[in-house]
Write a protein that binds this ligand. Structure first.
Ligand code: ADP
Length: 368
């Protein structure tokens, strides 16, 4: 187990800067998720941590000891990839044992000690019944468990996982997430997990680092980031459907976003008239109902463009338009309201929590 600290890491390929002055500390025993869109530099960062590549500048420390120049084999990290990379000619048991066999002399392990370790890991991952099978005779979920088991068997200081569940179907992925969390509670090995999937990041991480274009946008607990996104990128990235982000102007104690006029909640700072802001409102706080419910300042009339049923909720995309302009918002259907595409509807924001961002920098604006 180890604390992992990245200090001022920059990675360039030729003239392209892929990671820029990135500093983050992963606590000992933490499940830490690096999340961001494809191409933001997550895998590059994981490769730097594993020692498969070196940073252009900056340093990496495990428990305060610099490892930047230490080769992968001596870092004591275990990597799990999206492709399981199992040896096809070896059984599940032999695949599990592989990391111990190659280090057998160094670790001074006997064959029976290796067998005991195979049983321990197989028991933990529910693989007892398929230990004699080759990878081609295993299901996707079983193969992924063998790949995890092979990483677990030598109790690394740090676990590095690069989208390890993305080849599994949705149901299996959800159940493997649960298993990963359970294993983590039991083993408490510092884990750094890469994913582009914000749902997965929220479900797994003790803390997350949200990345965009090689830069850390925000670090924190999932709920903390969800409740207080630091900028418009994070606001739009975390949560599904994404937060409504509306260009707006200050008009006295009101915000005007085209056809939408919202009263400024008292916790939101006052601004000069005509100040430009971006208003953020989560779709679960935008209620879409029949057209006759329009009324008051915090509601507007529109036409339904899209419907997305999600079991518990019905997400409704509504186009709003009047002489002040046009906006499109996603909201949730009022209970009892059966929306149809093309129908008129009302949208109400009356109880909404407003997130406010500077319209030029995209940074969150805080009260006070
Ligand atoms: P992610 O894992 O977030 O999808 P990557 O870390 O794989 O992103 O890649 C980040 C960026 O770095 C991408 O734009 C990618 O094209 C670029 N990149 C990655 N590896 C190399 C390389 N060896 N040479 C040049 N560019 C690379």
């Amino acid at each position: 187990m180890a604390e992992v600290r990245l200090e001022g890491i920059t990675k360039r390929y030729g003239k392209t800067v892929v990671i820029e002055s990135l500093s983050v500390t992963v606590r000992d025993g933490e499940f830490f998720v690096l999340v961001g869109p494809s191409g933001c530099g997550k895998s590059t960062l994981l490769h730097l941590l594993a020692g498969l590549d070196s940073p252009s500048s900056g340093s990496i420390f495990f428990d305060g000891q610099e490892v930047t120049a230490i080769p992968p084999g001596e870092r004591d990290v275990a990597l799990v990839f999206q492709s399981y990379a199992l040896y096809p000619h070896l059984t599940a048991a032999e695949n599990l044992a592989f990391p111990l066999r190659v280090r057998k002399r160094k670790l001074t392990l006997t064959n029976s000690a290796i067998d005991r370790e195979i049983s321990r890991v197989a028991e933990m991952l529910g693989l007892n019944a398929c230990l004699d099978r080759k990878p081609s005779e295993l299901s996707g979920g079983q193969r992924q468990r063998v790949a995890l088991g092979r990483a677990l068997i030598r109790k690394p200081r740090v676990f590095l996982m690069d989208e390890p569940l993305s080849n599994l179907d949705a149901q299996l992925r959800a159940s493997m997430r649960g298993e990963l969390r359970r294993l983590h509670e039991k083993l408490q090995i510092t884990t750094i997990y890469v994913t582009h999937d914000q749902t997965e990041a929220m479900a797994l991480g003790d803390r997350l680092a949200v990345l965009d274009q090689g830069r850390v946008q925000q670090v924190g607990q999932p709920q903390e980031i969800y409740a207080m996104p630091a900028n418009v990128f994070v606001a739009g990235f975390l949560g599904y459907p994404p937060m409504n982000l509306l260009q707006a102007q200050v008009e006295g104690d009101m915000f005007r976003a085209g056809p939408i006029q919202l009263a400024r909640p008292h916790e939101v700072p006052a601004f000069d008239d005509h100040h430009s802001v971006v208003l953020g409102i989560r779709p679960e706080e935008v209620i879409v109902g029949p057209p006759e419910t329009v009324g008051g300042k915090d509601s507007a009339a529109g036409v339904i463009r899209l419907l997305e049923p999600s079991g518990a909720a019905m997400w409704v995309t509504v186009d709003l338009h009047d002489e002040n302009g046009s906006r499109t918002v996603i909201g949730t259907a009022r209970s009892g309201f059966a929306p149809k595409i093309g129908d008129s509807a009302s949208v109400s924001f009356s109880r909404a929590t407003l997130h406010l961002f500077d319209s030029s920098t995209g940074q969150r604006l805080e009260a006070g």
